[in-house]
Ligand binder design. Structure first.
Ligand SMILES: Nc1ncnc2c1ncn2[C@@H]1O[C@H](COP(=O)(O)OP(=O)(O)OP(=O)(O)O)[C@@H](O)[C@H]1O
Ligand SMILES: [Mg+2]
Length: 237
């Protein structure tokens, strides 16, 4: 199993009750798993624990056979080899598209960086935008730069936290399809957090439906999206 998450428990310091309760999940190499759940169900918290931005109270995570956190180990976020794409893109505003993308490629020499940059620009279809600044790009283009930046260092795992929520509906569908194509082309293992069932249906090999920090259901999209508790939640929105 490529990613192994076992029995995670987590509680924010200023919170009176646990946020994540006994979360376990195995992910195959190259698989895209979508974590689907309503606002406040704990989706972002799970990603933050996986990325190393929070430390679980108990439980363990290993990636490609290496423990990144358990009761005795803690690998820092920058050493986990995890690429992250968030809702607000988080591009560096004073850097060009090119500089943003090569930012994480510290270990490469100049030639390797230039080659990798061109490869990434081609992948996200932004070759002509190399020397633009983020403010000179549309929201969808900025999101593709964010994806290229996350993919450039060849992460072992890519995590997305609601990356479409700032985009209008048409663009959302377009960039979702783009991301799907790019994920399949690169074969990267990924976890995608969303409260949008349509996102989950399109992107997921498997959906994890969470409620109140606990897994309610895991399975292929057609199975999970039809389950009673999810339908109840969907109808109440
Ligand atoms: N820093 C924090 N301190 C205390 N409680 C927090 C903190 N961050 C989040 N929470 C709480 O933890 C719970 C889970 O939050 P989380 O951000 O993981 O939800 P989410 O599923 O990502 O929601 P959304 O869809 O709105 O982004 C919520 O009840 C939230 O209020
Ligand atoms: Mg969230």
């Amino acid at each position: 199993m490529y990613v192994q998450i076992k029995n995670l428990h987590y509680q924010y310091q200023n919170s009176s009750k646990p946020t994540i309760k006994d979360f376990s999940l195995n992910i195959d190499q190259g698989e895209t798993v979508t974590i689907l759940g309503e606002s406040g169900s704990g989706k972002s918290t799970i990603l933050r624990i996986i990325a190393g931005l929070e430390t679980p109270k108990s439980g363990s995570i290993s990636i490609d056979g290496k423990i990144v956190v358990d009761e005795r180990h803690f690998v820092t976020p920058e050493n986990r080899g995890i690429g992250m794409v968030f809702q607000d893109y988080a591009l560096f505003p004073h850097m060009t598209v090119a500089k943003n993308i090569i930012y994480g490629l510290r270990k490469m020499n100049r030639k390797q960086k230039a080659d990798r940059l061109d490869e990434m620009l081609e992948l996200v279809n932004l070759t002509d935008f190399k020397y633009r600044y983020p403010y000179e790009l549309s929201g969808g283009q900025q999101q593709r730069v964010a994806l290229a930046r996350a993919l450039a260092p060849s992460p072992s795992l890519l995590v997305f936290d609601e990356p479409f929520s700032n985009l209008d509906a048409n663009l959302q569908v377009k960039i979702r399809d783009d991301i799907y194509t790019i994920l399949k082309k690169t074969g990267v293992t990924s976890i995608f957090v969303t409260h949008d069932q349509a996102d989950a249906r399109v992107l997921a090999d498997r959906i994890v439906f969470i409620e109140n920090g606990m897994i309610n259901r895991v399975g292929p999209p057609e199975e999970v999206l039809g389950c009673a508790s999810l339908l109840m939640w969907a109808n109440s929105n």
